[in-house]
Each structure stands twice: as C-alpha cells, then as structure tokens.
Ligand binder design. Sequence first.
Ligand code: BJW
Ligand code: ZN
Length: 243
Amino acid sequence: MQFKDQFRKKLSSAKKLVFFTGAGISAESGIATFRGADGIWNKMRPEELASFSAFMKNPNLIWEWYQHRREIIHKVEPNAGHKAIAELEKYYDVIVVTQNVDNLHKRAGSTKIFELHGNIERNFCIACHTFVSEKQFEGNEVPQCEKCGGMIRPDVVWFGENLPQDQFSGGETAAEWSDICFVVGTSAVVYPAAYIPQSAKRAGSYLVEINIEPTELSRFVDYSIIGKAGDVLPKILKLISQK
Ligand code: BJW
Ligand code: ZN
C-alpha cells in the first residue's frame, strides 16, 4: 500500500495522534457492526433494542441481548488494528476516543481512552444509580440491585440519552489538540459523537479516515484510505517504526 506523500510528511512531523473509532475496528475481531450488510440494525430497529423505553418495555429481552454480546466479547481478542494503535504509543502521544463499548482498545494495551458510549462490562441500578462493575451476572434475567431491588442495566448510552459529559468533552478536547485525527471504522452518523472529527478539523488537525467504504465524512477529510483497519493500521505502524 502506497500512502500519499502529504500524509507521510504529516506523520513525520506529528507528535499527537487521536484515533476516533467505531464498530468497524472490532469487526475483524468478530464483533458485528451496527449498520451495513451484516449490521445489527439490519435485523432490528435501533430503538427496539438501544433505548431506555425498549428496556422498560422488555427488560429481560434487552438484558439477554447484552449478556449475549458480552459472551461474544469475552471470547474474542483485540485484532491487529487495536494492537497497532496501542503500539503507536511508543512513537507518539496517543489518545483513543471510541464509540465502542467492547473494551478491546484497553485489552490491546492502549492507555488513554475516552469512552463516548459507555462500557458493556459496567452496570448500574436504574433506581439508586449504584454501579456494579466487577460482578459477572449469571443467566438471562435482568438482575436486581442488592441495595434497593431496582433493575440493573448496562452502563451504555442508548438513543435519547446524554453522553457522559467528561468523556465527551475529554474526547473533543483531545481531537482539537491532535496533529492528526484518524477516524477508523465508523459510519459517523451518530451524534453528538460525530461532531468530534469535525471539531478536530476545525481546530486544524489533519483528518484521516480509514474505512472499507466511503462514509458521510469522506468528502470532509484530508485523506480517505479505503481498506480494513486491521490491514491499514499495521502498515502505518510499520512506516513509523522502520524510520
Ligand atoms: C470497517 C471495517 C473494517 C466495517 N475496517 N472499517 C444531531 C443530528 C441528528 C440526530 C441527532 C443529533 N443529536 C442527537 C441525535 C439523535 C441520536 C442520533 O445520532 N441519531 C442518528 C443515528 C440519526 N443521538 C442520540 O440519541 C445520542 N444522545 C443524544 O444526542 O443525547 C442528547 C439527547 C437527550 C435527550 C433527548 C434527545 C437527545 C446517543 C447516541 C447513543 C448511541 N448508542 C449506540 C449503542 C451503544 C450501546 C450498545 O452498543 O448497545 O452506540 S448506537 C450505535 O451506533 C453504537 C455505536 O457506538 C454508534 C455508532 O456506530 P458506528 O460505530 O459508527 O458503527 P456502524 O455500524 O454505523 O459503522 C461501522 C463502520 O465500520 C462502517 O462505516 C463500515 O464500513 C466500517 N467497517 N468493517 C474498517 N474491517
Ligand atoms: Zn439500587
């Protein structure tokens, strides 16, 4: 793969990299994306599964869906894309701003991560807001809070819910601080997360997209690389590490 000269020069002078990532980076680990041919939302409408009203309507169904996804996540491994991003910390100041809830960046070794849409490993009580992080719940029925008997839900951000303010503002500040902002494996249609690459560009960061197909953002970026994250990111790492 030949990268364009302008990008190679930017990589040589850059010190601060941000990776704004979405479901596509975990696709090669075996985790389904949301949109697209094999996407989750192809079979189910988002608001039927990823909203508080869906949870209240059928808590056991929604809980079971998250338990199923947790099982998959526990079985898979970070892929070459996640690992290349973690490895780049040897050469740059790197911050990951992810929409993913799957913990794979952390498992790959990345140390600075903002999680815009929560984390599937954490749970909290909808009544008293007590967090239940460590506990592995058995079975598919929605658990009850040990303190107050309220229902336990996953600590992920559903449609119509606010993003955790510290994670969003931290992610946006990082994007504005970056010399290069990579947008990897996201359709960039979900807001307010999708404002983050726009903020990066407005602040003067060089915007690079890595995706298997063009997206909403492609016309707006400085460089669009069509390819799999697990192929492209190790090649970028190789370019840097061989210098
Ligand atoms: C590869 C690859 C490979 C594949 N290599 N690439 C402004 C404008 C319009 C709408 C809104 C707006 N502001 C708010 C909204 C409403 C709504 C929204 O954005 N709707 C739009 C979809 C229309 N946003 C919200 O509701 C947000 N909250 C909010 O705004 O609060 C304020 C508020 C409060 C009260 C009332 C109203 C507003 C919350 C959004 C929460 C999103 N949650 C989810 C679920 C998380 C939990 C879970 O996992 O179950 O987050 S939805 C889902 O989409 C998930 C993802 O993080 C998110 C983004 O998806 P992503 O990562 O981009 O995945 P895909 O599948 O879309 O794309 C994968 C890409 O990878 C594709 O491009 C492939 O080509 C590519 N690819 N293989 C490289 N190997
Ligand atoms: Zn409680």
